[in-house]
Unconditional design. Structure first.
Length: 230
C-alpha cells in the first residue's frame, strides 16, 4: 500500500490517525509506505504517529525525517509485517520557493519475506515543482539501483505522462492504471500516488484505489503481487 496520511488528519484537519491505524490493519496489507507523517508535532496532538500505527497494526515500523517541524519532525513511514533491515534515510534535493536548497527523505529498508527472499522497499514524497521532481526522480533511481527486487511507493505529485514519471518508468513499472485517480479525496481528478516495482521480478495480480477511505486528503492505493513474475 501507499498512502499520504496528511499528518494524520482528514481534509477538514480533523485528527484521524487512530482510525487510519485501524484501516491499515483491516486491509491486511503486508508492507505500507506512508507520506506526510508527523512525529510529536503540535498540530497533530504531539502524537508519535509511527509508534501509534505500529501498535495498532502490530507491524514493524520505521520513520524517516524530512526536517524539524512544529516542535517535532515531519517525514515518511514504513510499516511491515516482516522484519525491516538496513533502514536508510537517503537525502534527495528540494528547492524552496525562495530558492533555498534543502534535502528531503527517501526512506528505504530491506524486507525479508517468509520465503527468505529479500526486497528493497522505499517510500518518497516529491516536490510540487516539475524541475525539482525531475531531479528527485534521477536521484531516486540512483539510490534504488539494487540487485534486489525494488518496490517504490509515494506521493510523486506528478501525473503518469509527466517527464519525471517517464524517467522512473525506464527502471520501474507502474502497478496501477493511468486513470486510477487519487487526489483530491472526495472527487479525485488526478493520479499522483504510486506503487512502482522493478520491471522484472514481480507479477501484478490486482491493484485498486480505496475510494471509500476518507481519512486523509488523498486516497490510499493497494497492489497485490507476487515475486517471480514479469
Amino acid at each position: 500500500m501507499s498512502y499520504n496520511i496528511h499528518h494524520g488528519a482528514d481534509k477538514n484537519e480533523v485528527m484521524t490517525y487512530s482510525e487510519i491505524g485501524q484501516f491499515l490493519k483491516d486491509t491486511g496489507a503486508d508492507i505500507i509506505g506512508l507520506q506526510e507523517v508527523d512525529s510529536v508535532c503540535s498540530r497533530s496532538e504531539k502524537s508519535d504517529q509511527m509508534k501509534i500505527l505500529s501498535e495498532i497494526t502490530g507491524m514493524d515500523a520505521a520513520f524517516g525525517r524530512h526536517f524539524a517541524y512544529d516542535g517535532g519532525a515531519y517525514g515518511l513511514g514504513i510499516l511491515s509485517k516482516y522484519p525491516l533491515e538496513d533502514i536508510r534515510n537517503d537525502r534527495i534535493t528540494s528547492i524552496r520557493s525562495n530558492g533555498e536548497k534543502r534535502s528531503l527523505a527517501l526512506l528505504s529498508a530491506k524486507v525479508t519475506l517468509p520465503s527468505g527472499q529479500q526486497i528493497l522497499f522505499a517510500t518518497v514524497h516529491f516536490a510540487l515543482d516539475q524541475p525539482t521532481r525531475l531531479a528527485q526522480a534521477k536521484e531516486v533511481l540512483q539510490y534504488l539501483d539494487s540487485e534486489l527486487p525494488v518496490m517504490l511507493t509515494g506521493d510523486l505529485n506528478a501525473v503518469p505522462n509527466s517527464e519525471e514519471i517517464k524517467l522512473l518508468n525506464t527502471k520501474l513499472s507502474n502497478t496501477h492504471q493511468e486513470g486510477d485517480n487519487t487526489f483530491p479525496v472526495d472527487d479525485p481528478v488526478k493520479k499522483i500516488d504510486y506503487i512502482m516495482v522493478s520491471r522484472v521480478g514481480f507479477k501484478v495480480l490486482e491493484s485498486h484505489v480505496v475510494l471509500s477511505c476518507q481519512l486523509s486528503d488523498h486516497l490510499p492505493i493497494i497492489t497485490e503481487m507476487e515475486l517471480g513474475g514479469e
